[in-house]
Write a protein of this length. Structure first.
Length: 221
């Protein structure tokens, strides 16, 4: 596996990225996709793009050397997995809010509509905890401070930072910039609202400008 990764990385400067609609929407099986690596973390099986996995492995190794326990709790998510997460949260919010559109807006604070999640791309990971309260603790602050200072050296950035225009800040969500930027560019060219179907609330995607506001305008500095 390591030999294959090294060869792949040697060829990277000569690769031009092009992704299918299925890849952009998360409608693939990473187990059968040649660009993905399978690994274990937090008691679960995970998948990431090879380039992302190698960079992340190096980052975790450096964090551990610095006394920071860094590990993956979420990585690639398929369209169907995101649909399950989305509809579970939406159904909870529907019980609280009178109108479905209000429940959708509440769900969008932390969860992406299926077909719009960066986790579909195999470029993004959630690290350590997805509970905002954790990052107010001493251990959580230590993790986040280390990531802010060190993640950029390994090619990662925080897409949903404090100045995010749409989703609330996610201190746990980190994205491998070079590859994720290519996905975003392809997404803008190939995906339309006709592609965002098959889940509860999809009828509001266009009126809420989901593609423009929740995919293409993500903080990518």
């Amino acid at each position: 596996m390591k030999i294959h990764l090294i060869i792949y990385l040697m060829l990277m400067p000569f690769l031009s990225y092009s992704f299918s609609k299925e890849e952009l929407l998360g409608k693939i099986d990473p187990e059968k996709h040649p660009d993905f690596v399978k690994f274990h973390s937090y008691g679960k099986i995970h998948y990431l793009r090879k380039e992302v996995y190698l960079a992340l492995s190096n980052m975790i190794e450096k964090a551990n050397a610095d006394g920071v326990n860094l590990y993956v709790i979420s990585s690639f998510r398929s369209f169907n997995t995101q649909k399950s997460i989305w509809e579970r949260k939406l159904n909870i919010n529907i019980k609280t809010y009178r109108q479905k559109i209000q429940a959708i807006k509440k769900t969008l604070e932390y969860s992406a509509m299926p077909g719009t999640s960066r986790h579909h791309w195999g470029t993004d990971v959630d690290l350590v905890s997805v509970n905002p309260e954790f990052f107010k603790s001493a251990s959580g602050k230590k993790v986040y401070l280390w990531l802010k200072e060190n993640a950029p050296f390994f090619g990662f950035f925080q897409p949903y930072a404090v100045n995010s225009r749409t989703y609330k800040e996610e201190k746990w969500h980190w994205s491998y910039k070079k590859l994720a930027d290519s996905f975003m560019e392809e997404y803008g060219k190939k995906i339309s609202y006709d592609d965002l179907t098959g889940f509860s609330g999809s009828e509001y995607a266009k009126s809420l400008n989901i593609i423009e506001h929740y995919v293409l305008s993500v903080n990518n500095r």
